[in-house]
Design a protein around this ligand. Structure first.
Ligand code: UDP
Length: 246
């Protein structure tokens, strides 16, 4: 165990300072480390549809920890430090960029509503999209000109985010394909460390990905909740099982 890992065994949870739709963030006894609790809450349609699935938070925390470890091992820098069973991540404190980065391999969701393709049509190459993290505006799609207008990120930062997102896509596609799952699309968030370095943050889980069985194309992700398809927890558990986690 490194000295840094040893220090992480002495982290104490302190006050709640941010409650998101599915995670709660707490401070710790170290200013550079946050305590993230993955809750059982589910939301869809900009928070208009709400639900709960007992055990969902723990499954997402387990799956996301595994994926962050995997990505770190492949050279992707992330905010993730440590998983504490059943539903907590210790993470580096970052300033989250106000952009959601969506990567798509197969047409689904808002893309088919926007451009009129049928669900399931493969894209000839991965598509990277930017969305403005603004609940009051409904997280709208942004063109790069809008990002420049709003000074949300400069062109060098955008190019680097796109490169990282595409690398993460390649790595995740491989990981899920080995588990018999197609990665149709997913959302990433990035954050800035105190040093200025931008790292992958937030989570990667069935809440933030579209994962389809490779042969039947059944959804094993939050679409089961969005579309009232039932057995949401069973689907998330199946993802964890196929990744060898439960
Ligand atoms: N996504 C997410 N959070 C959001 C919006 C989208 O995690 O606030 C994920 C979603 O689960 C899907 C991908 O990003 O895997 C693309 O979502 P899309 O734009 O199709 O929107 P949706 O139809 O899911 O609202």
């Amino acid at each position: 165990m490194t000295a840094y890992e040893a220090e992480l065994t002495h982290i104490e949870q302190r006050e709640l300072f941010y409650t998101g739709k599915a995670k709660s963030l707490y401070r710790t006894n170290r200013p550079d480390v946050l305590w993230v609790d993955f809750r059982d809450d589910l939301t869809a349609g900009d928070g208009k549809k709400r639900g709960q699935e007992a055990g969902k938070g723990a499954l997402n925390a387990r799956i996301a920890a595994h994926l962050f470890d995997y990505l770190e091992g492949a050279g992707v820098r992330t905010h993730f430090l440590k998983y504490i069973e059943p539903s907590v991540h210790l993470v580096r404190a970052v300033q989250i960029l106000p952009l959601e980065v969506v990567v798509r391999n197969i047409a689904a969701g808002s893309l088919i509503r926007r451009i009129g393709w049928e669900e399931g049509r493969p894209l000839s190459e991965p598509l990277v999209e930017w969305y403005y993290k603004r609940d009051d505006l409904g997280d709208p799609l942004l063109a790069e000109a809008h990002i420049a207008l709003l000074s949300l990120a400069d062109s060098t930062t955008l190019a680097s985010l796109k490169e990282q997102a595409l690398l993460i896509n390649t790595l995740l596609q491989k990981k899920f394909s080995d588990a018999g799952l197609l990665l149709a699309d997913f959302k990433l968030e990035f954050g800035r460390l105190a040093s200025g370095t931008i790292v992958l943050a937030d989570e990667i889980s069935p809440d933030t990905c579209r994962l389809w069985d490779a042969s039947s194309r059944v959804s094993y992700d939050k679409d089961r909740f969005r579309k009232d398809q039932g057995d949401v927890l069973g689907a998330y558990r199946e993802v964890a099982r196929r990744l060898g986690l439960v």
